[in-house]
Design a protein around this ligand. Structure first.
Ligand SMILES: NC(=O)C1=CN([C@@H]2O[C@H](COP(=O)(O)OP(=O)(O)OC[C@H]3O[C@@H](n4cnc5c(N)ncnc54)[C@H](O)[C@@H]3O)[C@@H](O)[C@H]2O)C=CC1
Ligand SMILES: N[C@@H](CC=O)C(=O)O
Ligand code: NA
Length: 458
């Protein structure tokens, strides 16, 4: 039926994009390629109006000419024709943080993929966003393209969750699974991960487990309603994992994966909740859901008290998947802005703020002590090729009450005259393994610190 009046289309959500590297260029491509479906789903078009990066003339494979170029990204965020700022620069502090603070203070919605910044400053930024009444969103910061933040804060919102476990770094997973499949060298596979855009600008953040630690801390805050506590995330990376460990694990029926685990334990009846957060290379049994996660794929297992076990899996790094998460956040902001009539209003009211609940309601949890936790452990010793070494190791195990399930010595010493000895323990308390290693500390028989990897329960 003709009414004679035609409604003007809603104003587009106008976006300022800071950082046009792997992810930023992916966002430009995705907004262009899927413009029509995004507009239909968001209820309005989403348009980049201004961009900022370090090098204006660099060829990024995307056409930036339709957008205003701004040398100063913080000034860009303050433009009157910008509703939402997307921060894809990276770095916990520096220009990314200055931009984020100023954008929020200036009443702009903020989307970021920057897990380092959120892990370090997420509480302060979340409080600032609540005070300013603007959305702060960071789906891309945890497990790239997997909608894990949405999944936990919306899909699993009715559940108490007391444990999350996952593969949270695409670069490390790519390295470990490629080394396992092809026998290629660590440095060579890392270089490929960098070339594919998976790695951080400083790849030591990936291989030392720090990037996975950032993501785990954010995940724990979302899943458990805990105050972000990066200081108590213990991180161990994959740099010390050798091809020989991968081969030995395979012979024993395991794969090696960098796994982040966080859980909440209640100390006593009605006692305070304690939070354990750690990232470590682990031996994963072949029938565990994380064992078949290969390449830059990430996966998160969350245990809800009504949903049961939830498994989220998908691409954890790379331009397309990460852009998908960034643009999903922008679509949420466009929908929210439509409900609120602008990019202002009660940003947290409907969705619980950046962390599911207001920052002030997050619970400060003391770190849990893992010593009494029980499990099986893989320990790889690098030893001098001389008599008595195995006796010394097994004596330390006996004295620390560690029960040995198997002990495998590599056949021949390597060029450096070193021999690898791989041990698997029976299930026992973690403190016993720590005590055995303390007894061996400084031993002349060991040529390097032992590599300790827990064996995940199936
Ligand atoms: N690459 C990936 O797969 C993923 C990356 N992320 C995060 O997304 C963010 C961006 O990552 P990438 O796109 O991979 O990084 P990138 O290094 O490819 O791009 C960074 C961009 O920021 C610009 N930039 C950096 N420092 C700057 C400065 N001081 N002033 C002005 N511009 C500056 C660079 O010119 C470049 O355009 C980071 O926080 C990263 O941790 C998150 C998930 C996945
Ligand atoms: N460097 C990160 C990128 C995504 O967060 C990774 O490898 O996972
Ligand atoms: Na995600």
């Amino acid at each position: 039926m003709e009414t004679g009046t035609s409604k003007a289309p809603p104003r587009p959500l106008r976006v300022a994009l800071a950082g046009v590297g792997t992810v930023g260029a992916g966002v430009v491509r995705l907004l262009d390629a899927n413009a029509r479906l995004i507009e239909a789903r968001a209820g309005r078009a989403i348009r980049v109006v201004a961009v900022s990066a370090r090098d204006r003339d660099k060829d990024r494979g995307v056409d930036l000419s339709p957008f205003a170029w701004c040398d100063d990204m913080t000034a860009m965020a303050a433009r009157d024709d910008v509703d939402a700022v997307v921060e894809l620069v990276g770095g916990a502090d520096g220009p990314a943080l200055t931009l984020a603070r100023n954008a929020i203070a200036g009443g702009k919605a903020l989307v970021t993929a920057n897990k380092a910044m959120i892990a370090h400053h997420g509480l302060a930024l979340g409080e600032a966003a609540e005070a300013a009444g603007v959305p702060l969103k960071f789906e891309a910061a945890v497990a790239g393209g997997i909608p894990i933040i949405k999944g936990l804060r919306e899909g699993a919102a009715a559940n108490a969750i007391d444990r999350v476990q996952g593969i949270l770094n695409g670069t490390c997973n790519f390295i470990l699974s490629t080394m396992e499949d092809t026998g290629r060298d660590f440095a060579d596979v890392l270089a490929e991960a960098q070339a594919k855009g998976f790695a951080e600008a400083d790849p030591t953040l990936d291989i030392e487990g720090i990037d996975a630690g950032h993501k785990l801390a954010i995940l724990a805050a979302i899943a458990f309603g805990a105050r972000l506590d990066l200081d108590h995330v213990s991180c161990e990376g994959i740099a010390r994992v050798r091809a020989a460990d991968i081969a030995r694990a395979r012979d024993l029926g395991f794969v090696i994966r960098l796994v982040g685990e966080a859980d909440v334990e209640q100390s006593g009846s009605g006692g305070a909740a304690r939070l354990l957060q750690r990232v470590r290379p682990c031996l994963v049994p072949r029938d565990h859901p994380l064992a078949h996660v290969d390449g830059p794929t990430n996966a998160v297992v969350a245990q809800g008290n009504y949903s049961g076990r939830l498994l989220f899996q998908g691409a954890g790094a790379g331009d397309g998947p990460t852009a998908s998460a960034v643009v999903a956040d922008l679509i949420d902001i466009a929908r929210w802005a439509a409900r609120n009539g602008s990019a202002g209003g009660d940003a947290g009211g409907e969705t619980g703020g950046a962390f599911s609940i207001p920052v002030g309601a997050l619970v400060a949890m003391a770190p849990a002590e893992p010593g009494e936790r029980r499990g099986r452990t893989y320990i790889r010793f690098t030893v001098a090729d001389r008599p008595g070494v195995l006796a010394e190791i097994t004596a330390a195990m006996r004295d620390a009450e560690v029960s040995i399930e198997s002990l495998i010595q590599q056949g021949e010493p390597d060029e450096a005259g070193e021999v690898l000895v791989a041990m698997v323990t029976h299930e026992g308390a973690e403190r016993c393994v720590s005590e055995a290693l303390r007894l061996l500390d400084g031993s002349a028989s060991l040529t390097a610190a032992p590599l300790v990897m827990p064996i995940l329960a199936a």
